[in-house]
Design a protein around this ligand. Structure first.
Ligand code: ZN
Length: 212
């Protein structure tokens, strides 16, 4: 649906959880939808609470440097481990060589990175922080009272990014190539991600959208 400026028309409704009654069956559908990728595929939500941390570029410079140093130290440690446990250079058979390589690969610790593994989870979420990895951080402030507006809801095309699977639920790890796991909702807004920001001071102040 088009809102002002031909953007997506987002309507927020605030309700007390105690006022929410039985779920309607069948679920009502919007009478008009401009684009089918605005309508989620029927799926079930299994919410999981995770801890996020502010986008790297928005942290104090000193803390950013500490994180860089920590990541570099971890990489150096991993390299040292790989070197000290390096298998001998020759094997009796190719099978032995393959086995040794597989064992070394399995023992290798996963590379951990603040940006993709520790700070901001991909996928649909309520609350948390906004990632600005495709654009520079842009302030989203309330038009009425100037408060910085955190994201209330993030609508994402992907539930995990290709490079990092650390946010994938354990039960989905073996099916991480399955489109129903990676993209269960089929919703595609903006260039793949839309955030709804609300005013932390007064929820009735108009919300704002940001896209990535
Ligand atoms: Zn406000």
């Amino acid at each position: 649906m088009h809102g002002p400026d031909r953007t997506i028309d987002v309507v927020l409704k605030w309700r007390r959880s105690t006022d929410v009654g039985a779920v309607l069956m069948p679920q009502p559908e919007p009478p008009v939808v401009g684009r089918r990728e605005c309508v989620p595929t029927m799926c079930v939500v299994h919410p999981e609470r995770v801890v996020e941390h502010e986008y790297l570029g928005l942290l104090e410079e000193e803390l950013q440097e500490e994180i860089d140093e920590w990541e570099e130290a971890r990489l150096a440690e991993d390299d040292a481990d790989a070197y000290s446990s390096a298998p001998p250079a020759s094997y009796a058979t190719y099978e032995e060589y393959e086995e040794a390589m597989a064992a070394a690969g399995a023992a290798e610790p996963e590379e951990i990175n603040y940006m993709s593994d520790l700070s901001i989870a991909p996928g649909w979420k309520v609350g948390g922080f906004a990632s600005w990895h495709l654009t520079d951080p842009a302030p989203v402030d309330c038009e009425v009272c100037d408060s910085a507006m955190p994201p209330l809801l993030t609508v994402d095309m992907w539930e995990c990014d290709g490079a990092s699977r650390s946010w994938l639920p354990v039960e989905d790890r073996d099916a991480s190539d399955d489109p129903r796991v990676i993209d269960p909702t089929g919703v595609y807004l903006g260039r793949g991600l839309m955030r709804v920001h609300t005013c932390p001071a007064y929820p009735v102040h108009p919300h704002r959208l940001s896209f990535l």
